[in-house]
Design a protein around this ligand. Structure first.
Ligand code: MTE
Ligand code: MO
Length: 330
């Protein structure tokens, strides 16, 4: 699908119509009033009080991979967060991350690649930005629907040309300093991040994917949500989103991406390997040792929902795990 690129600021109710036409072409929301409502709301964020930031350069409506479930509100998405560098309390991350400085920002991409490259965040924002409305399922058994902005990770990996020896992709979050020694009390950093000791997990936060998972069209680097640049608490200025895996795989505020030939270490697996595996695909049939994964609470709802295999993306991703014992590779 090719659409004319438009700045969010240029989008008027007229483009609601244009986008609606795209939906119709995609054969998804054809002719429903829901489509118009969602499109309009998506491009007209609920909270207008946010400070102005650098605008995302281009937006093309990308609907094929988006769910038509109702997105959570901007308020919900930006006030109920897991970002342990700032706080282990979901309601406090937003205020703790307020002073997080995300300019200048670079993402270093290297390892087993032909053309290692340091990308400036402003260059990454020049990649054609798409909207992806994805279900998001935390391992703690809550979920949301989030209208991300971003681009396929594949586009970035293609530029650095992975070598044939590359089998995995490792990611690292920014950290102002690091210490795994509980006796070393780090000062509260310029970005308000806390020590590993206070958070109870090692920093910098690290994650990883198998290369084929990283290249999958559903895997994106997200640069914003609800048409706005990524809020600090959601992983500004750029974070991973892998919608068929538990939320902790979707690492925030990335500064480094490394192609490797061995499975990279991941923060929650290092913290507790019995509870958190490398794959961490959403799987209602494999319970967490301390709770069921068969159901989830959608933030904003009272009753629980049944958790879907691969978070409802099985059609698209089950093939990646053909022949694998998902109890062993959890
Ligand atoms: N660097 C970093 N990335 C992180 C986390 C974190 O603590 N630090 N938490 C993870 C978890 S457990 C979840 S559920 C999601 C939450 O993303 P959200 O706050 O944008 O909904 O971020 C993931 N990425
Ligand atoms: Mo999570």
């Amino acid at each position: 699908m090719s659409q004319k690129a438009v700045k969010p600021s240029e989008i008027t109710p007229e483009s609601t119509y244009l986008n609606r036409r795209n939906f119709i072409r995609a054969g998804i929301f054809a002719g429903t009033s829901l489509a118009t409502g969602l499109t309009y709301r998506y491009f007209n964020p609920i909270s207008e009080k946010e400070p102005a930031q650098t605008e995302i350069s281009t937006v093309s409506a990308q609907t094929e991979q988006s769910t038509k479930e109702k997105p959570n509100t901007f308020e919900e998405i930006t006030n109920y967060n897991n970002f342990y560098e700032f706080s282990t309390s979901k309601g406090r991350v937003a205020s703790a991350a307020k002073g997080f400085v995300t300019r200048p920002w670079t993402v270093e991409v290297g390892g087993l690649v032909n053309k290692p490259k340091v990308f400036d965040i402003d260059d990454l924002l020049k990649f054609d930005q798409e909207e992806r409305i994805y279900r998001f399922r935390c391992v703690e058994a809550w979920s949301m629907v989030i209208p991300w902005m971003g681009f396929p990770l594949k586009k970035l990996l293609d530029q650095v040309e992975p070598l044939s020896a590359a089998k995995y992709v490792a990611f690292e979050t920014y950290y102002h300093g690091s210490s795994t020694n509980p006796d070393v009390k780090l000062p509260i950093g310029p970005n308000g991040m806390q020590s590993s000791f206070s958070a109870g997990i090692d920093f910098p936060y690290v994650e990883g994917l198998r290369l084929d998972e990283a290249l999958h069209p559903l895997t994106i680097l997200a640069t914003g949500l609800y048409g706005k640049p990524m809020p600090n608490q959601n992983g500004a200025p750029i974070r991973l989103v892998v919608p068929w895996k538990y939320g902790f795989k979707s690492i925030k505020s990335i500064v480094k991406i490394t192609l490797t030939d061995t499975e990279p270490p991941t923060t929650w697996n290092l913290a507790n390997s019995d509870e958190y595996g490398f794959y961490s695909n959403v799987n209602p049939e494999v319970d967490h040792p301390r709770w069921s994964q068969g159901a989830e609470r959608r933030i904003g709802e009272f009753s629980t929902r049944t958790t879907l295999m691969f978070n409802g993306y099985a059609d698209q991703v089950a093939g990646l795990y053909a022949g694998m014992d998902l109890r062993k590779y959890f």
